[in-house]
Design a protein around this ligand. Structure first.
Ligand SMILES: *Cc1c(COP(=O)(O)O)cnc(C)c1O
Length: 227
């Protein structure tokens, strides 16, 4: 088992002080590592791959809050719709429609974050400021069409860069978009959660207004993709 208990305690103490939620990112890690962190009190876990999350979920305690943090394809929403707690990477109206549909089939409301695109990082998914505005307008103007989703906030990933000022600027940009739309308050949309920050940059993300960090390698050690 490769759970770093000391680091976990340090991070949770630190985040508790600033009321930030920790999502432990367990992708590629075995169920026993998740169970080990669960035994220390962790309940929020994040996964990136549909197949992996659907395999692990039934093997682990039912009160785990499963966050889907990867890029989600519309045709796979149905597999996670019965149990997912929060979907972080919503980046299109088409995907949101499918989530709404599958949530209705499961008689539930699925909570979502809209992913913001960082202009400098071409490989990453997400909405730009204008697309965000359009999607939010659609959601709040036609609540009856969007009765099985709830928009909880925004998610963003900063560039993978050693340029700290650049990374900080990106977090500031996402935070600014978050604040811009915080006045929205409808039955299906209220921005309260700002998911940003990973192992390498979470402290800075918290300084720039993050309310939810997604941390993997600091807790579970480096990932091995080709076992
Ligand atoms: C893998 C992943 C993380 C965690 O990354 P670490 O650097 O291991 O903390 C966070 N967010 C997303 C979207 C990820 O894919």
């Amino acid at each position: 088992m490769a759970v770093n208990e000391e680091v976990y305690k340090e991070i949770t103490d630190e985040l508790y002080a600033s009321k930030v939620t920790l999502v432990a990112v367990s992708k590629t890690k075995p169920a026993e590592d998740i169970q080990a962190l669960y035994n220390l009190g962790q309940r929020d876990f994040g996964e990136n791959y549909v197949q992996e999350i659907t395999e692990k979920q039934p093997e682990l305690p039912a009160d785990i809050r499963w966050h889907f943090i990867g890029h989600l394809q519309s045709n796979k929403v149905k597999y996670i719709a019965p149990f997912v707690y929060l979907i972080h990477g919503v980046d299109s109206e088409k995907l949101l429609q499918e989530i709404n549909k599958q949530a209705a089939k499961n008689n539930r409301v699925i909570h979502c974050l809209l992913q913001i695109h960082i202009a400098q990082e071409e490989t990453k998914f997400g909405l730009d400021a204008e697309e965000l505005q359009q999607l939010l307008t659609s959601i709040v103007s036609y609540p009856e069409q969007w009765s099985h989703i709830h928009i909880d906030g925004l998610m963003g990933m900063a560039s993978f860069s050693y340029d700290a000022q650049k990374v900080r600027g990106e977090f500031q940009y996402i935070h600014q978009l978050f604040q811009q739309h915080q006045a929205l308050s409808t039955s299906n949309c209220q921005l309260q959660t700002l998911s940003m920050g990973m192992s390498g940059d979470y402290k800075m993300a918290v300084e720039e207004g993050s309310t939810m960090v997604r941390i993997g390698s600091l807790l579970f050690g480096k990932r091995e993709y080709n076992k």
